[in-house]
Design a protein around this ligand. Structure first.
Ligand code: AMP
Ligand code: ZN
Length: 139
């Protein structure tokens, strides 16, 4: 698999820097996030270096999805959090800081204030329809 010389996650995959590894298979690696928001916050990554969601081939995405479900179930069984989100960032405005695709397994506590915080206010239906048309044109 292609590694990227400056990528911290490629270095973890290669064993060049340490990590609290959880599990590994031919295509994925799971390990603890060292800046956890809550206990059990961990990451699932493809072994290939793909910068973000858009660069992910289907087979890598499928492998990460399967590993993520497995790891999330283990976190849930081990820690019994009040809830759990999967979070995945693409680009600076989304908070991406490491440019090797990763899925956050993000356990939640009631009132932990880790909000995405969008309003549940009804949108403009004409605009929603137009935007849907724009997106469909690329599917
Ligand atoms: P993001 O901001 O979505 O790109 O997430 C990157 C995540 O990687 C952050 O939550 C960091 O805490 C985490 N992280 C960065 N370096 C390491 C590392 N060496 N070991 C484990 N987690 C890391
Ligand atoms: Zn990488």
């Amino acid at each position: 698999m292609t590694a990227h010389a400056d990528c911290i996650f490629c270095k973890i995959i290669a064993g060049d820097i340490p990590a609290f590894k959880l599990c590994e298979d031919d295509d994925t690696l799971s390990f603890m996030d060292i800046n956890p928001y809550n206990d059990g916050h961990c990451l699932v990554i493809p072994k290939g270096h793909y910068e973000n969601l858009y660069a992910m081939p289907d087979d890598a995405m499928a492998a990460v999805s399967i590993a993520t479900r497995k790891v999330a179930a283990a976190v849930n069984a081990a820690l019994e959090p009040d809830g759990l989100n999967l979070v995945q960032a693409n680009g600076p405005a989304a908070g991406q800081s490491v440019y090797h695709f990763h899925m956050h397994v993000f356990p939640r506590k009631t009132d932990d204030k880790a909000w995405m915080n969008w309003r549940f206010a009804p949108g403009d239906m004409d605009r929603i329809g137009q935007i849907a048309e724009q997106i469909r044109a690329h599917l």
